[in-house]
Design a binder for this molecule. Sequence first.
Ligand code: PMP
Length: 362
Amino acid sequence: MRVINFNPGPASLPLPALERARDELLDFQGSGMSVMEHSHRSLEYMAVHEATLSLMARLLEVPPTHQILFMAGSASHQFAQVPMNFLPSGASADYLMTGVWSEKAFDEAKYYGAPRMAASMVGPDKRYTRIPRQDELRLDPKAAYVHLTSNNTIFGTQWHDFPEVGSVPLVADMSSDFLWRKFDVRPFRFIYAGAQKNLGPSGVTVVIADKDYLASGRKDIPKIFRYSTHAENNSLYNTPPSFAVYLVRNVLEWIDSVGGLPRLEQWNREKAALLYGAVDRHPDFYRAPVERESRSVMNAVFQLPTEALEAAFVADAKQQGMVGLKGHRTAGGIRVSMYNAVSVENVRTLVAFMDHFVKTRG
Ligand code: PMP
């Protein structure tokens, strides 16, 4: 029996994508072996690799100026690799600080240059409860790039409109809201997203970047860390995380089969409206710290009046087949992650539970 999985990542994956992997696991397309046993240069794997690239390009309408890369490793690797490639020694880059993951990205940049906080939304207790407004950004027109975290997985805030940064390259960590909807790729010079929330299993990180920007990266760093190496070799310079890419392919085909990103956006907005609706019906019981305009469609966070009630909430939900609701260990409270594979029906079930929980324990 599968549970309703509100995990923050690794997270729920669409059942058809998993079933397909199960059916193909031992014998991939009559080849007598699993896709993960194939050479990454085999016709079989190459077809998967290309299909994943072209499906993503089509679903997202990636412009011809940009290239998609599959990088082994996680978003945390990108925190370091971005400044390694794009921050000249001692130069400055602007970081928009909206949560723990922005802080981690910022800290890695210090090894290469002088990152600057061009906005910091940190509040009391090191918590973040909103996204900065455009007029709060103190951007340096000479910065090497501007870095932002599009969705703050831990604090439940999200950029709903991206900032205007002039001619400075815009770099975004989209790990926890990539492909929740269609968005305009063109204003971004560089996007990265770990797969394990909306897209697939951990182990692969997707990069979408301007081709000229990729080529412009530093050449005085080891070849394997240069984005240009991976761009020139179509992400096949070294052995890619082939099984993870294969699963991303399955997830993308599922997205395509249900109606593409417009349909996912409709579902994701419906889920968020249902969930925040329940929170707002009982504001004295479900206390949402995030300002309304900054609320994340992907991760909703709230606190209950006591930690004991929060523990009971998590335990009771688990008994009813709903898991993954405990807040991040540093933030406490409850966190509901509603990535693409969590259905509207799943959220309805949780909302009914929330209404009932207030009645019986509130
Ligand atoms: N960025 C964001 C927005 C994240 O949510 C996470 C992980 N939850 C990371 C980066 C780091 O991902 P990883 O642990 O795969 O390096």
